[in-house]
Design a protein. Sequence first.
Length: 391
Amino acid sequence: MNWVTAMALAAGALAALHWAWRRRYERAREDAAREIERLNRAGLQAAAQFQAQQEAIFNSMIEGLLFLDDQGRIQVANRAFANLFGLTADVRSRTIMEALRLSELAELVDFLESQKRMLGYELKLPGAEERSLEVNGAAIFDAGGRRHGTILVFHDLTRLKRLESARTEFVANVSHELRTPLSLIKGYVETLLDGAMGNPEVASKFLHTIDRNAERLKLLIEDLLTISELESGRVALNPGGVSLRPAIDKVFADFKSRADAKAIKMVNDAGELRVRADPDRLEQVWGNLVDNAIKYGRPEGTLVAGARLAEPGFVEAFVKDDGPGIPAEALGRVFERFYRVDKARSREQGGTGLGLSIVKHIVQSHGGRVWARSEPGQGAIFYFTLPQDAG
């Protein structure tokens, strides 16, 4: 083999080697590109999955969450935040003032620039019904001390505020209802001890007043205990089939003397309907409603207690009077504890102010509901529903 042939063979071998290397290089580069693409897709999927998980966590919170960037623009606002502020549009990339028009909240964000943290700030939201929010916030800084953003957490205090207001009002009402008869009893007892016992006519009058106010105290305490038991669910009901006509007749007999004193005619319009209820508790319901109808019905008027079939499986019962009626703004509150449409007249008529609240709780404990309808000057009708008894 001469050198020319040898060089040709060497060149061919080198070309073949280069071509093989080139193919391996191209294949390796394609494999690397595919791997990079796969890793990028995996990274994007992981990032999207992480973001979705983060959003799911934020949206599952009952507290409103708001995250602002270093320019004060909203980056994250969870579902609870949108519900608290009644937002329907996307507020991301907007400022507090652009999104909510609440200067007080914008000032809180500015306040966090210097204080870095804020706890327990109470924010009142304007509207038809005032709402209260507790705001906790913190400024977020990076390792270099540069402000990175602000996070705010909102907790709705409205229900707690209403409960606290109801508790305070309840305590005040109970204190007033107890103090009035106690003051009268104490005053008359002191007068008797100071010498009025020597006058039989005066002593008898004072003792009757003391007895009447002691009875008022007894009724108030009994009603308070009943309300407490009903609200706590400790009352054990003994439901059975009750025929409404005789049940109403029994209550009418109990109140006959009071109705006769005002010449009020009582009409039983219950038909032959039966309900499934605790007889003793049902008697309380009828008694409280008939008592109110006699108190506020007009003299020589008519009181009607009756029932009819209403929604499937339920009987709708009612007590109707022909008194002055109830203003529209008071209809939604008449079943509240101690609520009185006319405070002066109610106390003059007697009673504890708990009767309708007891009615509501008894009916609800049977699975029914209560409501009232009235027009001023046209009397009032109190309705309640109870499960129908098939037997």
